[in-house]
Ligand binder design. Structure first.
Ligand code: DON
Length: 547
């Protein structure tokens, strides 16, 4: 295989995998060719991404997998990280009550108990066909023999060098020396990770949660003043949840329930938009965009007020996604000008998350489909690689509201429902999503992008449904995102016509330019012919593979 390059689209009859990375998508398709189903391919793709895309692919983090089987069964696998037993609401505060930005971003304290290995094993145990080993072996080969770094990954490594080199194991793995980075096209090997993956292939997830890997993880945390213990690993549970269901016009929507906010966010937004009049001939009509922004404002306020781990308190999911509530909110939207977010409520606010996570979609010839988003939270997670094991830790703990006293400084994501508690899962924005027509999946999508994720997914759904665009055209649409607070509209650089932006400013919106929003690695399934079209988002790297 060569380095870099991107394959944006593929059409295929038998199966498709679309991910951010060529190697990973190809691994997934190989598994399909060997007779594996979409779940097998998803597991193998995820393990491959842990090797080839350490920016976000992982075995030291967590995520959410939405599955729809040919039989009609639908399942949401929650393998989100959980707080260690010794976690406390004040753990990231300095004596003066302000947030310790170093501890809440880097190193060991900020790592939640990883869920990925158990999550993938659970998916495979319940729904996979091929032997477990076969699904891990391609990742082992990629780690052992190496991959040719692509331009995107080389740039990201360089960008994150300052923090990665603080950790000797990360320095050893990600850089030629303390000062020399790997370049695009360099062969890059990860022998420690290959050894870890071999153990996982041989012994399954138990080695990670009970066995020798667990002991090494716990010892490394102890040495580095972390609080995560072997007992935390042992107690980690994957949660099998019911996907959230909604409808939009003649389509059905399947989304991820809390602790992901994706399902609630997407369905609540669609429920509002069902009750407003959008110009379906012109997706970029400023009036459409204004209404979208206003809907986002209300939905993100609700997210902040109400969402958190449902196993730790009442989360009013049903009330938020019921159609009548969408209508109530739709009636409140001001069609003429921007509402002030501050006027809606005061004293709670949020900060902006980062853009690093990764989504992939898989469809097989049997009619099974998978939509999976997983993450280390920020690029390369906490930046610390576990000694001798070759994998990065997540820094997911800062997805909690890490300042219980004051929820409106950087560090506050949500309010009490998302406060830190032992064994609790932190609220996520991830939104692996499926759109169905007459019960059959037609769109598999999702995205990275922190809080922008829900809005990217919304725009993917609008494009392929009411705007009647192809998947490729939908992905090309310029994106925007509003999160209630801060009260600004983020828009993508170089993708918008100035007069559209100006029309939004005229309505009273404050606009902020960002390089890009999201990375929606998606699949379209033609409802008539069943043919797959995989489209990789061109905002980063990406590869649509099929056969
Ligand atoms: O779970 C979440 O919502 C975040 N930890 C995801 C982080 C993210 O998407 C960053 N960006 N791409």
């Amino acid at each position: 295989m060569t380095s870099s390059a991107q394959q944006y689209t593929v059409t295929a009859k038998n199966g498709v995998v679309v991910s951010i990375d060529k190697y990973a998508s190809q691994v997934g398709v190989e598994i399909l060719k060997q007779g594996g189903n979409a779940i097998d391919a998803a597991v193998a793709t995820a393990f491959a991404l842990a090797v080839t895309h350490p920016f976000a692919g992982n075995i030291g983090g967590g995520g959410f997998m939405l599955i729809k089987l040919q039989s009609g069964e639908e399942v949401a696998i929650d393998y989100r990280e959980m707080a260690p037993e010794k976690a406390t609401p004040e753990m990231f505060l300095k004596p003066d009550g302000t947030v310790d930005l170093d501890k809440s971003n880097y190193g060991y304290l900020v790592a939640g108990v990883p869920g990925t290995v158990k999550g993938l094993e659970t998916a495979w145990k319940n729904y996979g066909k091929l032997p477990w080993k076969k699904l891990v072996e391609p990742a082992i080969a990629l780690a052992e023999h190496g991959i040719y770094l692509n331009k995107y990954d080389a740039q990201e490594l360089a960008k994150n060098q300052a923090h990665l080199v603080r950790y000797p194991e990360s320095r050893k793995i990600f850089f030629k020396s303390a000062t020399e980075t790997y370049s695009s096209g360099d062969l890059w090997r990860q022998p420690d990770l290959a050894k870890t993956l071999k153990l996982i292939a041989r012994r399954g997830a138990k080695t990670f949660y009970f066995g020798s890997i667990a002991s090494k993880i716990a010892a490394d945390f102890k040495k580095n003043n972390g609080i995560l213990t072997k007992s935390d690993l042992k107690k980690y549970e994957v949660k099998i949840r019911q996907p959230l269901k909604g409808t939009f016009k003649n389509y059905e929507i399947l989304g991820m329930p809390p602790p992901a906010s994706g399902g609630v966010g997407v369905i609540e937004l669609l429920n509002i938009l069902e009750h407003v009049s959008l110009n379906t001939q012109e997706p970029l009509d400023p009036q459409n965009l204004h209404l979208l922004i206003e809907a986002m404002r209300y939905v993100y306020l609700d997210r902040t007020k109400f969402l958190g781990d449902p196993d730790f308190g009442q989360v009013p999911v049903a009330k938020l996604i019921v159609k009548s509530y969408g209508q109530v909110l739709a009636e409140q939207l001001n069609p003429d000008s921007a509402t002030s977010s501050e006027s809606l409520t005061q004293n709670i606010s949020t900060f902006d998350e980062n853009m690093e996570t990764t989504h992939f979609s898989v469809a097989d010839q049997y009619g099974n489909v998978v939509s999976n988003t997983f993450t280390l939270e920020e690029a390369f997670g906490s930046k610390a690689v576990v000694t001798g094991l070759g994998f990065l830790l997540n820094n997911e703990m800062h997805d909690f509201n890490i300042n219980p006293q004051q929820a409106n400084i950087r560090g506050g994501l949500g309010t009490n429902p998302n406060g830190i508690a032992p064994f609790k899962r932190m609220l996520s924005s991830m939104a692996p999503t499926m759109v169905l027509k007459d019960g059959k999946p037609i769109l598999l999508t999702g995205s990275p992008g922190g809080r922008t994720i829900v809005n990217t997914v919304l725009q993917m759904i609008l494009g392929t449904t009411i705007y009647n665009l192809s998947l490729e055209q939908t992905i090309q649409l310029p994106r925007l995102s509003h999160h209630w607070m801060p009260d600004v509209v983020y828009y993508e650089k170089n993708r918008w016509r100035e007069e559209v932006l100006e029309a939004l400013r005229q309505k009273g919106h404050t606009l902020t330019e960002v390089n890009f929003l999201g990375d929606a690695q998606s699949i379209w399934i033609d409802p008539l012919t069943g043919e797959f079209t995989g489209v990789s988002d061109d905002r980063r790297a990406g590869w649509a593979a099929g056969y």
